[in-house]
Ligand binder design. Structure first.
Ligand SMILES: [Zn+2]
Length: 441
């Protein structure tokens, strides 16, 4: 395993604005002082320049420097299925298109796809992502090379997955990967039962117990569609949230992805147990699943993070676009433009996500936090004039406006060039796959 580290020198990264965290006001003509992998301080450029003897000063005079974005739910290799099957309901989309295609995935395809997903996420300012898929062992090697931070989980099902014969084998793999990556600075493993309806009670329980005993995040798709909600009610006489609650799975280490179909009591229990919800608005709309009651969840005190979901149901991994969407959707739904502010959405994509993962040192640019940052170039027609950088980031910017990305004190994209991979060669390889789609092999 390669461990990419910064060379430990003291850096100053300066910009027109620095947004230290969702809770602090942006700093005009600000800078971030960084030593090794960590932030020393965030403040006005002139003050930090006088205070620290920086070995290198990186100037971005039109740059908006923000904490690196955290995509709290995706299936990265699904970029290979982007546009493969659109405009279908979830069940038909999964059973007739996605599952048969996934059965043809190989380790090599997953590796190539992970490079593509990482390139897309880095270009969009994402520094950390949370992934549930297959062949996560192979993915971890690619993510490591790309220099990103990731929380990876091998999907657990009651039936064979493309990578394993049964849930027992996946649990074995998970145990091994957790121990192999225990001390890795950027790559972590999670425990990922796919959904309550693709896992038996005993598998859910085993996964939940293992995650709890080892202080690992537990990730599951939950209450995504009306069909799931209705079928769970008739099969188990309780809602999907209630079923997990009765199994003892709700809690601060659970990332409940989607949570579109919820009763009032479900929301209360998610709040009481400290469960985090991962909101994936674009995927929920594209699959016609519905709209998660995010403003009610926030009001009840639930920690809400944001994810793109896989590229086959989105169809991109652009967190800035997702943030725009996440801020506007609840306003339209409730006819109240004052709910879910730009600052709250910034929180969902940074600190709330870190909190969901139990990662106390990412999601903010403050002393002692990991130096994970993203820089947006404001000198573009759609980003001027800039009176409020948080507003600009949420409502006006999108992925291609990002020019620089740093993870753990090391630039992985600088001046719009990704430094950790051969992006041109990768795109050529991907283009060659278009002529003979892998699911038709
Ligand atoms: Zn998903």
């Amino acid at each position: 395993m390669t461990t990419v580290k910064s060379n430990g020198e003291l850096l100053l990264v300066s910009g027109e604005f620095v947004i230290p965290s969702p809770f602090k006001s942006p700093i005009r003509q600000g800078a971030v002082a960084i030593e090794g992998e960590k932030v020393l301080e965030c403040g006005p450029m002139e003050r930090l320049k006088a205070k620290y003897k920086a070995a290198r000063i990186i100037k971005r005079p039109s740059g908006l420097i923000a904490p690196g974005l955290i995509n709290c739910h995706t299936h990265a290799p699904m970029v290979l299925m982007r546009g493969m099957a659109d405009d279908l309901p979830l069940k038909q989309w999964l059973e007739e298109h996605i599952f048969p295609a996934e059965a043809r995935l190989s380790e090599e395809l997953v590796r190539t796809a992970t490079f593509l997903a990482c390139a897309e996420m880095i270009r969009g300012g994402t520094t950390t992502f949370v992934d549930m898929y297959f062949f996560e062992r192979q993915m971890a090697q690619v993510v490591d090379k790309c220099g990103m931070r990731a929380y990876l989980g091998e999907g657990i099902f009651d039936f064979p997955s493309p990578a394993f014969q049964n849930a027992g084998e996946v649990m074995e793999e998970t145990r091994e990967l957790v121990s192999l990556y225990r001390d890795h600075p950027r790559i972590h493993f999670t425990v990922d039962p796919h959904t309550p309806y693709t896992c038996s009670d005993s598998i859910l329980q085993e996964a939940g117990d293992f995650a709890k005993e080892n202080h690992l995040p537990l990730v599951i798709h939950l209450s995504e569609t009306r069909q799931e909600f209705d079928e769970t009610l008739s099969a188990h006489s309780r809602t999907p949230v209630r079923r997990l609650d009765d199994l003892g799975l709700l809690g601060p280490n659970l990332l409940a992805v989607h949570c579109v179909w919820l009763e009032d009591q479900d929301i209360e229990r998610l709040a009481e147990t400290g469960t985090s919800v991962v909101h994936c608005p674009e995927s929920n709309l594209k699959l016609g699943s519905g709209i998660s009651p995010v403003s009610r969840l926030i009001e009840a005190g639930v920690n809400v993070a944001l994810g793109t979901d896989g590229a086959a149901s989105n169809n991109n991994l652009d967190m800035l676009s997702e943030m725009d969407f996440a801020a506007k959707l609840p306003k339209g739904l409730s006819h109240d433009p004052s709910i879910v502010s730009a600052e709250q959405v910034l929180g969902m994509s940074t600190w709330n996500a870190a909190k969901a993962l139990g990662a106390g040192d990412i999601g903010r640019l403050e002393q002692g936090f990991q130096a994970d940052l993203t820089i947006i170039n404001l000198d573009r027609p759609h980003l001027r004039p800039c009176y409020n950088p948080v507003s600009q980031m949420i409502y006006s910017a999108s992925g291609p406006d990002v020019t620089d990305v740093m993870v753990a004190g090391r630039f992985i994209m600088e001046n719009s060039k990704i430094l950790t991979m051969d992006e041109k060669g990768l795109l050529e390889k991907i283009k060659s796959l278009e002529n003979r789609p892998f699911w038709q092999e």
